[in-house]
Design a protein around this ligand. Structure first.
Ligand code: 3UK
Length: 547
C-alpha cells in the first residue's frame, strides 16, 4: 500500500488481514489509478480547473449550486473541520441529513480534507446512530438541525463524540455561521488512492450492521466501471432519484455518477410516489435511480405527471420483476436498467446496457468484474445450474473489524448471499437471497419468483412470499399480499390468486396460504424484510396449532 495521508490511522489499522481480502482486478485501462488520489478533486475541482465552474451541479427545491459555488462551500467546510473542530486526516465524520446540497457539500468536504465519511439514514433512532459512532470511533458529526433530537440522544450515549455541528438552525454556532468566516480556499489532502474515505454501514436485515470500508480509488472505479460502460451518461444529463445518500446506491447514482461527467443532479428530501414523478416533471430530469417498488408505484401516477424528459431509468436494491419491466416500457417507452449492487461492492456489478437487456435477467458482469455460480463447496457450476453468486472486480468487501469478513469473502471471491443461475449466453438470472429459498415437500422454490407471478395480477399492489412451518410438508409457501384499492380480501380472491400463480409458473410453487396485510415490513433502504415475514409466518403456524 502507498504511504497514507492519514494522521489518525484507525481505518488502516482495522482493515481485515490481507489474506482475507478479495482479489482486486485492475486490468482495464479505466482502472489505472495514480498512487496519490483524492477523489474530491476528480469529482469537483477538476471541472472548475477545466473552465466548467459555472455549469449547474446541485439542484434542489431550496437552492441551486454551480460547480464553482459548490467548491467554495466545500472548501469553507474543510477549513471549519481543520481549523475549528480539531479534525486531522483519517478522522471519521458522521453525516446526518436527508438528501440536500449541504449534505453533499459536507460529504465532499470530508473527502477533500482526507477524512472518512460515515453517513447515516435520516430515519435512524439514537441507539442506531450510537452503533456506528462507537464502532467507527467518531469524534465529529455534521447534522441537519431537523434531526437534532435523536442526534442529541445519541451524543449522550457516546462520550467520545466531541463536536456536533448543525446546519439550518440559524444559530450563532450553526455550520452556516462557521463557514461564513472561513476561507473559501483549501488544498485537498494528498491522500493515497488506497486510503479509506468511506465506511458504508449495511442496512442490517439481520445482526449488527457491518461497516464496509472503501478507498478513494473505489469511488472512481464504480464511475469508470458501471457508469461509463453501462449507464453511459452525458454532461447534459440531469440525474434524480430516491435512495438516501447514506445508501451507496444513492451516493453513486445521485452524486458520484453525475459529478464524474460534469452533469447535474436533483436532490430531493422527500421522494415518495408522488414527490418523485412531480420533481422529474418540474426539473425535466433525464436519468432516474430508484427501487423496483417505486417504479411500480409511479406506474399508477403516470396520468398526473409528464415524465417525457426521462431517457434512462435504473432499478436496483431488489429484483426487478419482469412484469414491472414490461409495464414501465409500455407506459414510458423506456427499458428499465436492472442492476445488482451491494454495499460491500460499493455499487452495481451485474447489469446490462439497454441494447443488451434480457427482460427478467439481471444482466452480465459489468466491465472489470467477473462473476460465477458456485456450489456449497465453492466449486464452479456449469451454465444452467442454480447456486451461490460469487464476484470479483476493482471493488470488493473489506469490513471494519468484523469476523463476518470470512463469510463474505471466500477464496478471493465476494459471495453476496444471493442464489443465481447463469445461462449459456452468460446472463445472470436472480433466484432469491440464499436464505429466501423455500424448501417445500422436497422442492426448491424461490420466494421472489412467486412474488413476481402474484404481481402480474391486477389486485396485487405489493407482496412478500416466504416459507411457513407445516407439519406435513415441512414448509409451505405463504404469501403476504397488499391489495390495490378496490379489491376486497377473502377466500374467493385467495382462490383467484392461487389459480393465477398456477397458470403463470409451475403449479407446485403456488402459495397454499395467503394473508392480506396493510403494508409489508421494509428496511430503511426499502428492501422487503422477508425474515420478519418468516417470523410472522412461524408464529402464526404455531398459534394455529395450539389454539
Ligand atoms: C439485493 C438485488 C436482485 C441482493 C445496492 C445498488 O442493494 C444494494 O446494497 P445492499 O447492501 O444489498 C445488497 C443485496 O441486495 N439486490 C440488490 N440489487 C438487486 N437483488 N436484483 C437486484 N437488482 O440480495 C444483494 O446482495 O443494501 C444496490 C447499488 C448499491 C447498493 N449498495
Amino acid at each position: 500500500m502507498a504511504y497514507t495521508a492519514h494522521v489518525d490511522t484507525f481505518t488502516r489499522n482495522n482493515l481485515p488481514p490481507r489474506d482475507q481480502w478479495p482479489a482486486f482486478l485492475f486490468t482495464r485501462p479505466e482502472f489505472q489509478f495514480p498512487e496519490r488520489l483524492n477523489c474530491a478533486v476528480a469529482f469537483l475541482d477538476r471541472w472548475i480547473d477545466e473552465g466548467r465552474g459555472d455549469e449547474p451541479c446541485l439542484i434542489s427545491p431550496a437552492e441551486t449550486l454551480t460547480y464553482r459555488e459548490l467548491q467554495e462551500r466545500v472548501n469553507r467546510i474543510c477549513n471549519v473541520l481543520v481549523k475549528q473542530l480539531g479534525f486531522v486526516p483519517g478522522n471519521r465524520v458522521l453525516l446526518r441529513s436527508a438528501n440536500n446540497p449541504m449534505m453533499v457539500a459536507a460529504y465532499l468536504a470530508v473527502l477533500k480534507s482526507g477524512g472518512v465519511v460515515v453517513a447515516t439514514m435520516p430515519m435512524l433512532r439514537a441507539k442506531e446512530i450510537a452503533y456506528p459512532l462507537n464502532k467507527a470511533r467518531i469524534g465529529v458529526a455534521l447534522c441537519d438541525h431537523r434531526l437534532a433530537e435523536e442526534m442529541e440522544r445519541a451524543k449522550a450515549m457516546v462520550p467520545d463524540l466531541q463536536h456536533v455541528v448543525y446546519w439550518g438552525s440559524g444559530a450563532p454556532d450553526s455550520l452556516e455561521a462557521l463557514i461564513a468566516t472561513a476561507s473559501p480556499e483549501f488544498d485537498a489532502a494528498d491522500t493515497a488512492a488506497d486510503d479509506v474515505c468511506l465506511i458504508g454501514f449495511t442496512s442490517g436485515t439481520t445482526g449488527e450492521p457491518k461497516g464496509t470500508m472503501h478507498f478513494h480509488r473505489d469511488m472512481l472505479a464504480i464511475c469508470d466501471g458501471y457508469s461509463l460502460n453501462v449507464l453511459r451518461p452525458e454532461p447534459t444529463d440531469r440525474f434524480i432519484g430516491s435512495p438516501p445518500l447514506a445508501f451507496t446506491f444513492g451516493l453513486g447514482g445521485l452524486v458520484l455518477f453525475p459529478m464524474r461527467v460534469g452533469a447535474s443532479t436533483v436532490l430531493l428530501e422527500k421522494a415518495g410516489p408522488d414527490d418523485l414523478p412531480a420533481a422529474i416533471m418540474q426539473y425535466k430530469a433525464t436519468i432516474c435511480f430508484t427501487a423496483p417498488t417505486a417504479y411500480r408505484a409511479m406506474l399508477t401516477k403516470l396520468g398526473s405527471y409528464d415524465l417525457s424528459s426521462l431517457r434512462k431509468c435504473v432499478s436496483a436494491g431488489e429484483a426487478l420483476p419482469k412484469d414491472t419491466f414490461e409495464a414501465w416500457r409500455n407506459a414510458t417507452g423506456i427499458k428499465l436498467m436492472d442492476g445488482i449492487g451491494a454495499t460491500e461492492m460499493l455499487h452495481i456489478f451485474i447489469a446490462a446496457t439497454e441494447e443488451e437487456i434480457r427482460p427478467g435477467a439481471t444482466g452480465k458482469p459489468v466491465p472489470g468484474y467477473e462473476a460465477k455460480v458456485i456450489d456449497d463447496e465453492g466449486r464452479t457450476l456449469p451454465p444452467g445450474s442454480i447456486g451461490r453468486l460469487a464476484v470479483r472486480g476493482p471493488t470488493g468487501c473489506r469490513y471494519l473489524a468484523d469476523e463476518r469478513q470470512r463469510n463474505y469473502v471466500q477464496n478471493g471471491w465476494n459471495v453476496t448471499g444471493d442464489t443465481y443461475l447463469m445461462d449459456e449466453d452468460g446472463y445472470f438470472w436472480y433466484q432469491a437471497r440464499s436464505d429466501d429459498m423455500i424448501v417445500s415437500a422436497g422442492y426448491n422454490i424461490a420466494g421472489p419468483e412467486v412474488e413476481a407471478a402474484l404481481l402480474t395480477h391486477q389486485a396485487v399492489a405489493e407482496c412478500g412470499v416466504v416459507g411457513a412451518p407445516d407439519d406435513g410438508r415441512g414448509t409451505v409457501v405463504k404469501a403476504y399480499v397488499v391489495l390495490r384499492s378496490g379489491f376486497r380480501p377473502g377466500p374467493d380472491l385467495t382462490k383467484v390468486l392461487q389459480d393465477h400463480v398456477k397458470a403463470e409458473i409451475a403449479p407446485y410453487k403456488y402459495p397454499r396460504l395467503i394473508e392480506y396485510v396493510e403494508a409489508l415490513p421494509r428496511t430503511q433502504t426499502g428492501k422487503l424484510q422477508r425474515f420478519q415475514l418468516r417470523l410472522m409466518a412461524a408464529e402464526q403456524s404455531w398459534e394455529a396449532k395450539v389454539s
